[in-house]
Design a protein around this ligand. Structure first.
Ligand SMILES: Nc1ncnc2c1ncn2[C@@H]1O[C@H](COP(=O)(O)OP(=O)(O)O)[C@@H](O)[C@H]1O
Ligand SMILES: [Mg+2]
Length: 143
């Protein structure tokens, strides 16, 4: 399935994310594609807030951040992974990603997945971000 949204503000992007989050029955792997400032982290903040996580910051420098989820019957942990600085499959596997994406209690959100799509699970949600003006973003959700 493919859905195209046009967002006019960071808040609207977070609302689109919240809507997606409320439809998740169990954990999933969500890949966020797009250039710098396209809205990937903003979207992840929208996902997080609908799971009761109030402050989510970009994991760029530490690669992966982990947040407990209390507001969902099955999903217990949100993992936010930023692959921008990683260069090899071994480096990613060191984060136990295979264990995370096979666990229905884990929601894995990945920024900069482009270099590693070959190793990512086929069963995933891909989201493409495109900045069309200063405050406008096209957001295509493919699942
Ligand atoms: N419609 C929009 N959706 C998302 N972010 C927007 C939008 N309009 C403006 N912005 C701004 O663009 C920037 C997006 O940054 P961020 O989410 O960190 O991007 P990325 O993680 O893709 O690098 C933020 O400063 C945000 O306020
Ligand atoms: Mg980011």
């Amino acid at each position: 399935m493919e859905h195209l949204f046009v967002s006019g503000s960071a808040e609207e992007t977070q609302q689109i994310a919240s809507k997606l989050a409320s439809g998740l029955e169990k954990g999933a792997t969500i890949c966020l594609y797009g250039t710098l400032a396209a809205g990937k982290t903003t979207f992840t903040q929208g996902l997080a807030s609908s799971f009761g996580i109030s402050r989510l910051v970009s994991p760029t420098f530490i690669i992966m951040r982990e947040y407990p989820v209390a507001a969902h019957p099955i999903i217990k942990t949100l993992y936010h992974l930023d692959l921008y600085r990683l260069n090899s499959v071994e480096e990613i596997k060191a984060f136990d990603v295979e264990e995370i994406w096979s666990d229905p209690a884990s929601l894995l959100v990945i920024e900069w997945p482009e270099k590693f799509v070959d190793i990512l699970p086929k069963n995933r949600i891909d989201i493409y971000f495109k900045a069309t003006s200063e405050n406008q973003r096209e957001i295509k959700i493919v699942s």
